[in-house]
Design a protein around this ligand. Sequence first.
Ligand code: CP
Length: 312
Amino acid sequence: NRHLISAADLSRDDALLVLDTAEELAHIAGRSIKKLPTLRGRTVVNLFFEDSTRTRISFEAAAKRLSADVINFSAKGSSVSKGESLKDTALTLEAMGADGVVIRHGASGAPHRLAGWVQGSVVNAGDGTHEHPTQALLDAFTMRKRLGDLDGRRVTIVGDVLHSRVARSNVLLLNTLGADVTVVAPPTLLPVAIGTWPCSVSYDLDGVLPKSDVIMMLRVQQERMNAAYFPTVREYSRRYGLDAERMAALPDHAIVMHPGPMNRGVEIAAEVADSVRSTIVEQVANGVSARMAVLYLLLGGSEPAIGQEVSQ
Ligand code: CP
């Protein structure tokens, strides 16, 4: 594949190759070698039309650790405010030399359109309510590290599935990797097409907790919310929030995940987010390795392989 737009772009072998490569890269980083020469001379443009903390910084760190040159573009403060289109913005950046474009955009499908306009590889860093494939990869990487092989593992994804690109990408990738996924949400926060997703649906969080190896809480996306879809925060937390009492119903080995940013006290209690079962900070750290693997595999071409690391 030249691009990574959807988790569905990845076959089981592709996904395992990314995860194995991420593991190898994390191992090299653990030996305190700061940089690999692999992408020396290549340019990665981070094209962010929507706000981000984790994903933007993580892609920047990943590209720099592979010795790529990085250009960070955010729509705020750019000529987008003068009405410049996505296509013209992308062609302008490409004219300055971009081998890879990492894009976050509020419109579902924007990375797909971009891939038709530019020569370089396009990586989707979150598009509207559609997909966030590198989040799913870093989540799978985290699960594999904690629990081993994902085949047959029971993963429960809870909350605002309707607005969640993280949920869709996770359901697709986890299904490819052989996990058994259940989504739990209020009926008003499920997509109309949920029946076509490769997962089960439940409205009973307390019923699925004891049968979960992983519980992934989703952010309630107030900025995309139609008030009619949402009960009160208090009612939502009572029915679908993960508090300490609910966490105690999980099997002993189960882990608690959240992609961030969190609404503490809404979908997840602070004491759960900060508990030893939580992998939330680990997910962020793993994000750099997962994104290094994606950039390495998409842009590395015939450049020096892993193993030719240099210390700088
Ligand atoms: N999980 C995630 O995509 O976080 P950011 O919006 O901060 O990048």
